[in-house]
Design a protein around this ligand. Structure first.
Ligand code: PLP
Length: 381
């Protein structure tokens, strides 16, 4: 009976029944910006809300357990989480990032580089030659993002982490698209995991937030120091809400993934659909790697229709699926990456990456499989 409970039990139980004041079962929300000092000589566990807050601390503990890290910093957004990581390297150090990373990450790194804050090299990390050439440049940080958005391409985390660490780089993985219930980058050799908690971790499309989970205590301390120094920590309410969402992450992912698998199979057989991008399909080029490094394919997928006109018609007429960017909530979303999430990319770069107007992306939610497939069937007829 001394064994620690299963991770799922720990997440459901996180902060439950821990209220010292009134014995509240659900964790209270602490919005106070400042905390009493027991005396002028000693400070309590909390003194100022930017530095530390009980709600952020509770969420942080839960995320460290889920990702297998030593500590977690809760930030105001996924972007501030990624920007916070840049404090681990020096000015003029080189970052290697995926050419098909999240658009906001691409913009942040490009403009930080233009400022002279860092140097950045965007490469196709699935190309061994490109990776070797880039690593020869002695990067200080390597950013991995898999599966990629929107084409769901996978890269081998263990392999890239091992090669990158051999040349002294800090390896950061953006695990937003799968969440720790499907992929655990720290166990595959990465040093840091970042999340947009806006997506699966909160899971209800009602918070914008981020998290940085460090494997080593040393990285964790540096990140917490900078988060306080620069003031990028998240709000108590967002942390409170996100911990509430996190308790059902595993159950949500099971249902959403099962719906996504059914939809991928349905789309694969549809005559108006020319291509389906989903690593859960046996025919997908990422299937083998998915089986090796993920515990399931997740609930994001993309597909191409015969013509842009057909794609536009489907977008404008589809029921149930909401026409919106973002992902990972309980409700299903549909978007056209070329005009919505990836609009900021130069057209040439977009086409080179394979993002045409025929391409649609789905974030599959928790509605019933039957209703989702019926909605697609009607929109594609
Ligand atoms: C959404 C997203 C981000 C940015 O997160 P925000 O919470 O919107 O700031 C970063 N990476 C990935 C993969 C994302 O999907």
């Amino acid at each position: 009976m001394t064994d620690k409970p299963h991770i799922q039990t720990q997440i459901v139980q996180a902060e439950i029944g821990s209220d010292p004041a009134f014995g509240a079962v659900a964790p209270p929300l602490y919005t106070s910006s400042t905390y009493l000092w027991p005396s002028v000589e000693e400070k309590g566990p909390y003194d100022y809300g930017r530095t530390a807050n009980p709600n952020r601390a509770g969420l942080s503990k839960a995320l460290s357990i889920l990702e297998g890290g030593s500590s977690t910093v809760i930030t105001s957004s996924g972007m501030s989480a990624i920007d916070l990581c840049l404090n681990l390297i020096k000015a003029d150090d080189l970052i290697i990032a995926p050419h098909d990373c999240y658009g906001g990450t691409h913009r942040l790194l490009t403009h930080r580089a233009a400022q002279g804050r860092v140097r950045v090299l965007f490469i196709d990390q699935s190309d061994p030659e490109a990776l070797h050439e880039a690593l020869d440049e002695k990067p200080a940080m390597v950013l991995i993002e898999t599966p990629s958005n929107p084409l769901m391409r996978l890269v081998d985390i263990s392999k890239i982490a091992k090669l990158s660490k051999a040349c002294g780089a800090i390896v950061v993985a953006d695990n937003t698209f799968l969440s720790p219930v499907r992929q655990q980058p720290l166990s595959l050799g990465c040093d840091i995991v970042v999340h947009s908690t806006t997506k699966y971790l909160n899971g209800h499309s009602d918070v914008v937030g981020g998290a940085v989970i460090a494997k080593s205590a040393e990285h964790g301390e540096t990140l917490a120091w900078w988060a306080n120094c620069a003031g990028v920590t998240g709000s108590p309410f967002d942390a409170w809400q996100t911990l509430r969402g996190l308790r059902t992450l595993s159950a949500r992912m099971d249902i959403q993934e099962s719906n996504a698998e059914a939809i991928a199979k349905y789309l694969k057989k549809h005559k108006a659909v020319t291509k389906v991008y989903y690593p859960g399909l046996r025919s997908d080029p990422g299937y083998k790697l998915m089986k090796a490094q993920q515990s399931g394919p997740g609930a994001m997928l993309s597909f191409e229709l015969e013509t842009p006109a057909l794609a536009a018609k489907a977008l404008n007429s589809i029921e149930i699926f909401q026409l919106a960017a973002s992902l990972g909530g309980v409700e299903s979303l549909i978007c056209q990456p070329s005009t919505m999430t990836h609009r900021g990319m130069a057209e040439s770069a977009r086409l080179e990456a394979g993002i045409t107007d025929n391409l649609l992306r789905l974030s599959v939610g928790m509605e019933t499989e039957n209703d989702l497939i019926k909605a697609l069937d009607k929109a594609l007829s």
